[in-house]
Each structure stands twice: as structure tokens, then as C-alpha cells.
Design a protein around this ligand. Structure first.
Ligand code: GLN
Length: 540
């Protein structure tokens, strides 16, 4: 763990949550990477769960899966998409994980008889986890975002640890960025700086003096309000960064750069000046701002009121839109209401159908109905994880005539478990971290739609599931037109299926959405959107 040559940036949040702290951290990363510095971003979450893997998406949004199988916070998805680096499970620690390590160490007797306390034992463990990001990599800058808002009881040990960090490695190696909110009162037409003053006061009472304050606001900050924040928070006026609402998240780095954020960060961290190369990013933003026409994609899921549950899928679809310079219009369809009487009406005007991942039996029939509609009406279909399992079940029921075909996840007694548990998974009772997780190889079949998309023999994709295609049904399925076109060679597990005589029907057991980048659309999303565009043009 070499920290001598590494600089550390800590991003905290004030006033309220959902300010886009993750996007700010990601943007700082993008801007500094564009200046030639190597970057890694990490999130420290104050909750007690060991990881978000066991949390309901309603509470926490999507679980983002890393290459090494970490089940992490959705902000890691933003980090990867903005800085274009694969992160690992060490890039997300929770209080639960930190405390577990401390308690495990205590049981092993590693504290040599001392009383184990928040300071120094928990804070030391937090500092260790920050440095862990450097274990396999040497980077110039580690950016660590602290989840939650200053003032939360749970965040205290994290804030104390990052306070100590400066003392440990030297003032010039640490930068504190505080992201706050400046409300605009419409009635009096005033920007209010008081909540920010309070939040910084709280931070200072813990011993952290912010170096930069990023102010989220609806309208541009006035000179007067910047002066006020500067005076009360003891931060130079140039380091008060205005972050007004923009049209889309990929505009944020540019906006922050205009405010001088990366120059100030470099200056304060005593980093050698390097010119910025944001050319490609700016090109991307230009494309996004000039999209024409639209493609309608239907997403059939349980969490349609909480878009965060499908964050990476939405992003990957948008990336596909950027590639073809088209807007993606998502129609959210509640799987619990979709039935054979209404599915025609609901799905009629859609150019592509996507059934995403999910757990549990609720809404399964609706998803199977959506698959049936896509298959019979030749609507482009992309099935992801559960979306592939539903495609297999639908085919078994409606094409093979196996009326009770199901996944053993939904009916453990079915005579036709076309989706079932692998032997390795049988008998596992613990829920956390026990699925098939992370990166696995997949060999593609030449001539398939998947092969056409990737143009490679072997691809590597990220998984998060317990159930698998049951190879007992491989032959009859293939004979009837459902082909396995991607295989995990070592265990002969079906990773991709396609249905013949259909313009584009591809379903995958993995999660391609995690690997899509704004300027490098994932090949499957690219071809799915392409097929949807073709359909939209032929239907008109
Ligand atoms: N519930 C299914 C399984 O565990 C699918 C999981 C998913 O879609 N991520 O296999």
C-alpha cells in the first residue's frame, strides 16, 4: 500500500441527500483523468449492511456488480461510466463491512488485549479500506465519496477517519470537497446560503475545513451569495463552484470545468499543471444535445416507479441512442398488470422490448406475456438475466407445450424446471454474496446475432444470479428454434439464447448493462437499438 505519491480527494455532502454527489465525484475524476492523471474512485457508505446485495431496490436502487463480483452501490456505475475504468469490490465499503472486519480481528485476538473502540480501531480500519484501492494499482489520485449527509450519526466515524487522513499523509496531499445545496426561494427571488453555512459549520466542528464547495442550485449563484459563502465558510471565492441544473449528467464535467474546478483542485493538491483534453467528451455532449427522432423501448419490471433500480440499463439504452443519434423514449410497464387481455394495447406502439433482471415470483406472468408478444409479433427483444429465464420459460410453455414449465425459483415442484439451481447452489442458505457473481467467460457461436454484435469468439461479462438454464432441455429447445449461442465453456452453462426466424431476439444470463460506456455503447445494446430503429421505420 504505497500512499506516498498518491493524492486523496474526499467528497462529502451537506444540507440534503440526492444532490448528485456521485456525479460530482465522477466528474472530478473525468476532469482530472483528462489532464493525464490516473484516477480511482471509491464510495464509503454509512449503513450497516455488509453490501447493498441484500437490499430491496426500492430502498437502494440498482446493485452494481464489479468485474471481481462485488455487489456495490449504484454510484460505482457512474464512476465507471465517467472515468472509464473497471473498479473492484474494494471501491465500495460500508460501515457493516468495516465493523465486521474489526470484530473478526478482535475474535482473532489481533488487538492484543486492548479495548476495541471506534477511535482508533474503527477509524484505522476505514483508513485501511481507503488505501486498499491502491492494492493492485498505482494511481495518482484516489477520490473517495462519503455516502450520506454531514450530520448523520452513521457518517461520524468516516468523517473522523478522513480528518485524520490529512494529518497522516500531509496537508498538500489531501483535498476536501463539500457538495451542498443553495435553495432558491421563488417568492422572495432569493438564493439562500444559510443551509450551506450550517452544513460547513458542522463539518468544521468535526475538524474538516472544506477546500472547495460545490453549490448545487436551480439558478446561477450571484456574486453576493458567493461572497457570503466564502466569508462564512472560510473558502476562497474561486473555490466556490456553481453547479446549476443541466440537461443531462454527461454535461456536468464541462460545467464544473467552466467554473475552474479541476484547475483549483490541481493547484490545491500541488499537482503539476497539465493541459486538459476533453475533446472526446465534448464531442459526446454535442451528440447528446443534438439527438433527433426517437425510439420507443418498453421496459417490463416491478420497480417502474423507481428508475434508480434500473440505472445502468437506462444508461446503456441511452448509449445505444447516442450511437445512432436518436432519443430513447422509455415506456415503463408494470409487469404486475400486463396480461393476455391488455398486452396488445400496451405493447403495440413499442419498437423494442426489454425484460430486465429481477428476483422473486411477483410480476413473472406479465414478463412472460411480454416475451410472448415480442416473439410472436417479431418485436426486437433483449432479455437480461431474469429476462432470459422468462424467455426460456415462455418458449417451453407456448412452443414446446410444456404447460407447467417454470424456474425452480418460482415453483420448486414443477415437473419441468427449465431453469434450475446448479448443484453448487443447492443447500446454500445464506443470501449475501452467494450467487454466481462477477466476470465469467462466454464463448460465442459463429453466425449468431450475438457474434455479429461482438465480433469476437470469447467475451467476458458480469453475472449476478443463482439459477441457470437446465441443459436437460437443450436438445428439444434447439430443435424447436431456441438456440444457445453463448456458453460458459468450463461448466457448459447457457449464457445467451436466441430465437430463430425473428429479426432480433437475444437474451443473456449476464448483465451487459454494467459494461456500457457513453462513448462505447455495449455491442448488444447497440444492435438491440439498431433493430428497434429498423422496426420503427418499417412500421411507419
Ligand atoms: N432471480 C434470478 C436468479 O437468481 C435472476 C437474477 C437476476 O435477474 N439478476 O437466477
Amino acid at each position: 500500500m504505497e500512499t506516498k505519491e498518491t493524492k486523496f480527494i474526499f467528497v462529502t455532502g451537506g444540507v440534503l441527500s440526492s444532490l448528485g454527489k456521485g456525479i460530482c465525484a465522477s466528474s472530478v475524476g473525468r476532469l482530472l483523468k483528462s489532464r493525464g492523471y490516473s484516477i480511482i474512485i471509491q464510495k464509503l457508505d454509512p449503513y450497516i449492511n455488509i453490501d447493498p446485495g441484500t437490499m430491496n431496490p426500492f430502498q437502494h436502487g440498482e446493485v452494481f456488480v464489479t468485474e471481481d463480483g462485488g455487489e456495490t452501490d449504484l454510484d460505482l456505475g457512474h464512476y465507471e461510466r465517467f472515468i472509464d475504468e473497471n473498479l473492484s469490490k474494494y471501491n465500495n465499503f460500508t460501515s457493516g463491512k468495516i465493523y465486521k472486519n474489526v470484530i473478526d480481528n478482535e475474535r482473532k485476538g489481533e488487538y492484543l488485549g486492548s479495548t476495541v473502540q471506534v477511535i482508533p480501531h474503527v477509524t484505522d480500519e476505514i483508513k485501511k479500506s481507503i488505501k486498499k484501492t491502491l492494492e493492485n494499482k498505482k494511481v495518482d489520485i484516489v477520490i473517495t465519496e462519503i455516502g450520506g449527509t454531514v450530520g448523520d450519526i452513521e457518517s461520524l466515524p468516516f468523517l473522523e477517519a478522513i480528518r485524520q487522513f490529512k494529518k497522516d499523509i500531509g496537508r498538500e496531499n489531501v483535498l476536501y470537497i463539500h457538495v451542498t445545496y443553495i435553495p432558491f426561494l421563488k417568492t422572495s427571488e432569493e438564493l439562500k446560503t444559510k443551509p450551506t453555512q450550517h452544513s460547513v459549520k458542522e463539518l468544521r466542528s468535526i475538524g474538516i475545513q472544506p477546500d472547495i464547495i460545490i453549490c448545487r442550485s436551480e439558478i446561477k449563484l450571484t456574486d453576493e451569495s458567493k461572497d457570503k459563502i466564502s466569508l462564512f465558510c472560510d473558502v476562497e471565492k474561486e473555490a466556490i463552484i456553481d453547479a446549476i441544473d443541466v440537461k443531462h449528467i454527461y454535461e456536468v464535467p464541462k460545467m464544473l470545468q467552466k467554473e475552474g474546478l479541476d484547475s483549483i483542485a490541481m493547484y490545491k493538491l500541488n499537482l503539476k499543471y497539465k493541459p486538459s483534453n476533453m475533446e472526446n467528451w465534448n464531442k459526446l455532449v454535442k451528440v447528446i444535445n443534438n439527438l433527433e427522432g426517437k425510439v420507443r423501448i418498453g421496459i417490463i419490471g416491478k420497480y417502474i416507479n423507481l428508475k434508480d433500480a434500473y440505472k445502468s440499463i437506462i444508461e446503456a439504452l441511452n448509449h445505444g441512442g447516442y450511437f445512432f443519434k436518436k432519443n430513447i423514449e422509455i415506456k415503463w410497464i408494470n409487469s404486475e398488470v400486463l396480461n393476455l387481455d391488455n398486452y396488445e394495447n400496451i405493447l403495440m406502439d413499442i419498437d423494442g422490448i426489454l425484460v430486465p433482471g429481477g428476483f422473486g415470483v411477483r410480476g413473472i406472468d406479465g414478463k412472460i406475456n411480454a416475451v410472448r408478444y415480442a416473439r410472436e409479433n417479431k418485436v426486437p427483444y433483449l432479455g437480461i438475466c431474469l429476462g432470459m429465464q422468462c424467455a426460456v420459460i415462455e418458449f417451453a410453455i407456448n412452443v414446446l407445450g410444456l404447460k407447467d414449465a417454470n424456474s425452480s425459483e418460482f415453483n420448486s415442484k414443477t415437473k419441468n424446471p427449465v431453469i434450475g439451481l446448479m448443484i453448487e447452489q443447492k443447500g446454500i442458505n445464506e443470501k449475501g454474496g452467494t450467487m454466481r457473481l462477477g466476470r465469467y467467460p462466454c464463448r460465442l457461436k459463429k453466425g449468431s446475432l450475438a457474434y455479429k454484435a461482438y465480433r469476437k469468439n470469447m467475451v467476458y461479462e458480469r453475472h449476478r444470479h443463482r439459477y441457470e438454464f437446465n441443459n436437460k432441455y437443450k436438445q428439444i429447445m434447439e430443435d424447436a428454434g431456441l438456440k444457445i449461442t453463448g456458453l460458459y465453456p468450463e461448466k457448459k452453462l447457457a449464457e445467451i439464447i436466441e430465437i430463430e426466424n425473428h429479426p432480433w431476439f437475444v437474451a443473456v444470463q449476464f448483465h451487459p448493462e454494467f459494461k456500457s460506456r457513453p462513448d462505447r455503447t455495449h455491442p448488444l445494446f447497440k444492435d438491440f437499438i439498431h433493430a428497434a430503429i429498423r422496426r420503427s421505420q418499417s412500421v411507419k
